[in-house]
Design a protein around this ligand. Structure first.
Ligand code: SF4
Length: 378
């Protein structure tokens, strides 16, 4: 491996499970100490995977804000001890509003973190309750203000839309309240009914009804319009940022740059191979005892790498660079892409500028269909 963009650390603990969530996490926090030791060991064992500087570190989860100062210090000591971390590395921690007390935020501010990603999801207490979130709208607003007062000026918040029963008016209010916080980044996703979730079971039993497709589309349009009018750049289908505040870490994923994923269920990518850690805290911690972590690996075929290139590129404002595509995958793949993109270019849902193909505004709304037509299946 000759280049690593970043390190992702999966912190698989939450106080309780939200109704829509299928991330790998557990609620037994008595495993945290052993987990942090295991994580430090994995980071140490895998240090040989890169000698290049690390530009981004991302603590995701789960709820990383369930960790305490000594946990973070242990992890940072390991990372700074074994990796070359760039002086201006972007270091993000995901946090839930209910954890962001005055004292906790001060603790985060005293560590190398320079970016916060706060899981707010909604500013409507009824919606927060239905999602089983553990904070109220007021608490979320106060938490963001506390973070700003403590010197965090690179803050992202997550918002979900398309919730059962959600109206356009409530969604509009959620957006207005998010914008009033004067944050730098917003990630916003439509609710997905993942099979392993309580939300999915409620849907199956007919106790909730999904929002009509037209409402979903209108909410997405409202998201794009209100945020861009407010000065945010829509740089990826679900991500909006003020100039200079794109997530460097996530941008690396979309730009096909390698990364190391540490912790249970974390994925890694070295430019050719994808690997993923065991999805079990207990088995992960056990791996630390014998110095052997369970990790599965697959080598991506040129076709799979081409499909990733299409999928990740088209999601962003950087689009697909046809010159780069030819360099990486050859003329046959280039011709395939061009041939399949042509009808979309004629319809005006893809535009070409120089060697770049990007989605037009109309194309963003049908991106899934476009991507799957540009991908190769045989
Ligand atoms: S806090 Fe996040 S990771 Fe934890 S259960 Fe809720 S959505 Fe899932």
């Amino acid at each position: 491996m000759d280049q690593v963009a970043g390190i992702y650390l999966h912190i698989p603990f939450c106080k309780s499970r939200c109704t829509y969530c299928d991330f790998y996490m557990g609620t037994n926090e008595s495993h945290i100490d052993a987990f942090v030791e295991a994580l430090s060991m994995e980071a140490t064992l895998r240090r040989g995977e890169t000698r290049d500087p690390i530009g981004t570190i991302y603590f995701g989860g789960g709820t990383p804000s369930r960790l305490q100062r000594h946990h973070f210090e242990r992890i940072f000591d390991t990372l700074y001890g074994h990796y070359l971390i760039e002086a201006d590395a972007e270091i993000t921690v995901e946090a839930n509003p209910d954890d962001l007390t005055e004292e906790y935020v001060a603790m985060l501010a005293s560590l190398p973190f320079n970016r916060l990603s706060i899981g707010i999801q909604s500013f409507d207490d009824k919606e927060l309750h239905a999602l089983s979130r553990r904070h109220t709208a007021r608490e979320a607003i106060d938490a963001v203000k506390r973070c700003q007062q403590q010197g965090f000026h690179n803050i992202s918040v997550d918002l979900i839309y398309g919730l059962p029963g959600q109206t356009i008016a409530v969604w509009q209010r959620n957006l207005a309240l998010a914008l009033a916080l004067e944050i730098q980044h917003i990630s916003s996703y439509h609710l997905i009914y993942e099979e392993r979730t309580r939300m999915y079971r409620l849907l199956q039993s007919g106790r909730i009804t999904p929002v009509p497709e037209e409402t979903s589309t209108n909410m997405f349009a409202m998201l794009i319009d209100q945020l861009t009018v407010a000065g945010f750049i829509h740089y990826e289908i679900s991500a909006f940022a003020k100039e200079g505040f794109f997530s460097r870490h996530n941008s690396s994923y979309w730009k096909d740059v390698p990364y190391i994923g540490l912790g249970p269920s974390a994925h890694s990518y070295d430019g050719t191979n994808r690997s993923w850690n065991v999805r079990s805290i207990l088995r992960y911690n056990k791996g630390a005892k014998n110095g052997q972590f369970e990790r599965e690996k697959e080598q991506l075929s040129p076709q799979e790498r081409y499909n990733e290139f299409i999928l990740t590129g088209l999601r962003t404002i950087w689009g697909i660079d046809l010159r780069e595509l030819e360099k990486r995958f050859g003329k046959e793949f280039l011709d395939y892409c061009r041939r399949n993109a042509q009808p979309f270019l004629e319809r005006g849902v893809i535009r070409q500028e120089g060697s770049k193909l990007t989605l037009t505004r109309e194309g963003i709304f049908i991106s899934d269909g476009i991507m799957s037509d540009l991908m190769r299946v045989n």
